[in-house]
Design a protein around this ligand. Sequence first.
Ligand SMILES: Nc1ncnc2c1ncn2[C@@H]1O[C@H](COP(=O)(O)OS(=O)(=O)O)[C@@H](OP(=O)(O)O)[C@H]1O
Length: 207
Amino acid sequence: MSTIDLAKINADIGRDAPALVKWALGLNQPAIVTTNFRPFEAVILHLVTQVNPDVPVVWMDNGYNTEATYRFADEVTKQLKLNLKIYLPRRSRAHREAVEGPTPALDDPRHAAFTEEVKLEPFARALRETAPKVWFTALRATDTAVRAQMDPVSINPDGLIKVAPLLHWTSKDLYHYCELHGLPNNFDYVDPTKGEENRECGLHLAH
Ligand SMILES: Nc1ncnc2c1ncn2[C@@H]1O[C@H](COP(=O)(O)OS(=O)(=O)O)[C@@H](OP(=O)(O)O)[C@H]1O
């Protein structure tokens, strides 16, 4: 792969999601898209699979999703014929709760170990097994202060090309895209590693 001129790519097509997806998949490198099936996730999944239907879709099912999220995951997977790869924690939720009790609160020292077990270790495993060179997410600038400073395309210290085609989309843009393409949505979403909105839990920061 020849050297990527990040500044140029970001300036030229950083705000053109379909063009960015085409460019990234046109690198002909192994790619993945991660999803937690939060609101509007059908948009990134549709954008990517329109260009390449076989891209592995990585979901770490932490075992704490709402029923609506599980139904949404199944519905989108079926509608878009996703190549879904589910990564589960090494221990079931029932096992963990039997010996350690319910989800530790954010200020509980055990919270970090909980996040590691249900989210970060499964993601590290997914990265090892899928060995991507390109990683698509639906990160948005409005999510957190860190993301507000990001570029749509960046390269991490391991050389992984991180692509966030929806970085500058608003909820309204995402809503209209779903309407236009007949995509389902899911607003009943919770992440047990985040007690509040606008919190970074390390997955995206660590990679
Ligand atoms: N459970 C699970 N399974 C698969 N992929 C996941 C999961 N949790 C997070 N992600 C991916 O990481 C992106 C950032 O998510 P978060 O804000 O939840 O995580 S973090 O704060 O960076 O740890 C998130 O971005 P979005 O695509 O915008 O949802 C996902 O791509």
